[in-house]
Design a protein. Structure first.
Length: 324
């Protein structure tokens, strides 16, 4: 088994991890069948099969490979990108990670600001994230997907983000088994029981979109997730704009301009059904985020968190790999 682990290289990694995530049987090869075993699980809806590493030692070795691959990628990225690009990427990562850390999410929810529709007020709607007992409110897992993934199932308790460049409209999303207070839905339709929370991280003072981008988002979701078409019309929708502390706060609902696509009206209706919120990664939130990820002790100067110590936590390999 150790020999099989050593045969993995960076080029193999993406293919191997896609197989490891797969919930169905897949043909083995000289490497994967020695590292991964297929196990039977019992659930309320019947038996299922899952891929599992054959031992904790193998899992640790795989995590090390993932971390090494991640470090190589980060070094290359830092050398090739501009300072502005690096800053934007770091902000996006921090904005997404904030939803995976309960202490950070709890504080962030208290700072959420609702962007009302015409005729509404900031108190007209409350985010589903304010429901502390809702399943999936703080996802325990993070999953990536790319253009080639076409057999995924959208499930609660998992934060999804695309590895593709310029995924339309959002930077990440996750499903919650609950809905917020005051949410609206189409007259005559059944009341939704689940909410998809969309995340958009931005430094801009506004982040309007277009019907063509909304259509591209819906098509990508339908292509990647087998249950999207069936569930799209019965979900409640929220989008949370996560802004940099120095950004000008969004002051109004973000618009969706017509692009001239065939289904302009349908995409406008889809966008109008999304409840919009914004939040800044200001001092209270940034402090908790830095302390959890880096173990840095922060103080506030003029409302801005400043690191007083750059000590890095000694975290378990599994914990580090889970954030990659």
């Amino acid at each position: 088994m150790c020999g099989a682990v050593k045969t993995l290289n960076y080029d193999d990694l993406g293919n191997f991890m896609r197989k490891l995530r797969n919930e169905k049987e897949w043909p083995g090869d000289n490497t994967t069948h020695k590292i991964v075993m297929l196990v039977r699980t019992l659930g309320d809806e019947g038996d299922a099969c899952r891929n599992q590493t054959v031992s904790s030692h193998i899992r640790t070795q795989l995590n090390i490979i993932v971390i090494q691959h991640f470090c190589n990628t980060r070094v290359s990225y830092s050398a090739l990108c501009t300072a502005a690009e690096h800053g934007a990427h770091a902000l996006e990562e921090a904005g997404i990670l904030a939803f995976l850390i309960r202490s950070v999410s709890d504080v962030m929810v208290r700072h959420l600001k609702y962007l009302p529709r015409k005729g509404e007020t900031e108190r007209s709607c409350t985010s589903v994230l304010a429901r502390v007992s809702a399943w999936g409110r703080v996802p325990s897992r993070r999953g990536g997907f790319d253009d080639g993934d076409q057999d995924l199932s959208l499930q609660p308790d998992k934060l999804y983000s695309s590895t593709s460049v310029n995924f339309p409209v959002v930077d990440g999303f996750f499903l919650v088994d609950a809905v917020g207070e005051g949410v609206s839905f189409t007259e005559g339709a059944a009341a939704p029981t689940q909410t998809i929370v969309l995340i958009q991280v931005t430094r801009a003072r506004d982040h309007h979109t277009t019907t063509s981008k909304v259509e591209a988002f819906r098509k990508r979701m339908a292509r990647s997730f087998t249950n999207w078409t069936e569930m799209e019309s019965r979900l409640s929708y929220e989008i949370i704009y996560v802004q940099h502390a120095d950004s000008t706060t969004l002051t109004g609902r973000q618009r969706c301009a017509r692009s001239g696509v065939a289904n302009d009206a349908g995409n406008e209706r889809f966008w109008s059904g999304i409840h919009q919120f914004c939040v800044k990664l200001d001092a209270p939130i940034a402090k908790l985020l830095f302390e959890d990820i880096y173990g840095a002790e922060l103080i506030e100067e003029a409302g801005v968190p400043v690191a007083t110590e750059t000590r890095i936590k000694r975290r378990r390999v599994e914990d580090v790999a889970a954030t990659v």
